[in-house]
Design a protein around this ligand. Structure first.
Ligand SMILES: NC(=O)c1ccc[n+]([C@@H]2O[C@H](COP(=O)([O-])OP(=O)(O)OC[C@H]3O[C@@H](n4cnc5c(N)ncnc54)[C@H](OP(=O)(O)O)[C@@H]3O)[C@@H](O)[C@H]2O)c1
Length: 257
């Protein structure tokens, strides 16, 4: 059974990857910046199989060489740790896109130079139930929007995807020998106002944001071609209703709503 490393184990995507890999019986190493922070990493030890097959190691992307031990000898690395946070508002959106594009280009350059078999999965806005004790990244944005705590929702049109599909896609490209290049992983593209309407209709008792941001340029109609990951074998992606229902239900169960 292959042994894998998942970087940034406390993150939304990483924690679900660890959970799925442990359930499949893999030995998993994960990196976090502070393994002694029980508040942040404690939930990982509660995952099924964690006590027997999970190793949590210290590594920081801003410290050169700190990942060497964690990736030494593993069969594959799921690299999800990122010092760049998924942005809350339109103003830093362009910087986020710039940083992510730069990082991926650099990854391809290094992979070619060092002979690394790199495959990239690019999910759209990831939605699903909360696994960690506190919401991170996109879940913070959804919670803030439903609670009307951000001031406005972004004037953006973007794709949405269920966390289970994102995890499925990552494991598929790791296991499937034919996988190569870049894979878009996304379901429907919607404007944030449509998501706001959907949530307001389904969950009318919450305050919800009611003002759209006025930043232009990110609201251009577009579609995302996910045929490549589907052809590789990813089953039909979960719907908007499923991803948001799972997300809101977990917020309710954990007392955030
Ligand atoms: N969520 C989405 O909708 C989405 C969509 C497309 C792409 N992505 C990308 O997918 C990746 C994972 O996203 P996510 O939503 O799971 O992110 P997340 O929940 O914000 O987690 C990112 C993790 O990165 C770690 N981290 C931050 N700075 C670090 C550093 N200097 N060194 C090492 N680790 C560091 C943090 O872990 P510690 O604080 O414990 O160290 C954090 O748990 C990111 O690259 C993100 O840009 C996400």
């Amino acid at each position: 059974m292959p042994e894998y490393c998942v970087t940034g184990g406390t993150g939304f995507i990483a924690a679900y990857l660890i959970k799925a890999l442990l359930l499949k019986g893999h030995i998993v190493r994960t990196t976090v910046r502070d393994p002694s922070n029980a508040e942040k990493v404690g939930f990982l030890w509660e995952l099924e199989g964690a006590k027997e097959r999970l190793k949590i190691m210290k590594a920081d992307l801003l410290v050169e060489g700190s990942f060497d031990d964690a990736i030494q000898g593993v069969d594959g690395v799921f690299h999800t740790a990122s010092p760049v946070l998924v942005p809350y508002d339109d103003n830093i959106q362009l910087w986020y896109a710039y940083a992510k594009t730069k990082a991926e280009k650099e990854a391809w350059r290094v992979a070619e130079e060092c002979g690394i078999d790199l495959v990239v999965v690019n999910p759209s806005f990831v939605v699903g139930p909360l696994l960690a004790p506190q919401p991170t990244s996109t879940l913070q944005i959804i919670l803030g929007t439903v609670k009307g705590m951000i001031g406005e929702y972004a004037n953006r049109r973007l794709g949405f995807v269920h966390i289970e599909d994102v995890v499925g896609a990552h494991i598929l490209v790791m296991e499937e020998q034919k996988a190569s290049g870049r894979y878009i992983c996304s379901n429907s593209v919607r404007h944030m106002s449509q998501i706001n309407d959907l949530l307001r209709t389904k969950y009318p008792s919450y305050p919800h944001e009611n003002k759209c941001g006025n930043q232009q340029g990110e609201d251009i109609p577009h579609s995302l071609d996910t045929s490549k990951i589907t052809q590789l074998g990813l089953p039909p992606l979960k719907s908007l209703n499923e991803m948001f229902d799972d997300c809101i239900q977990s917020f309710q169960e954990k007392g955030f709503l």
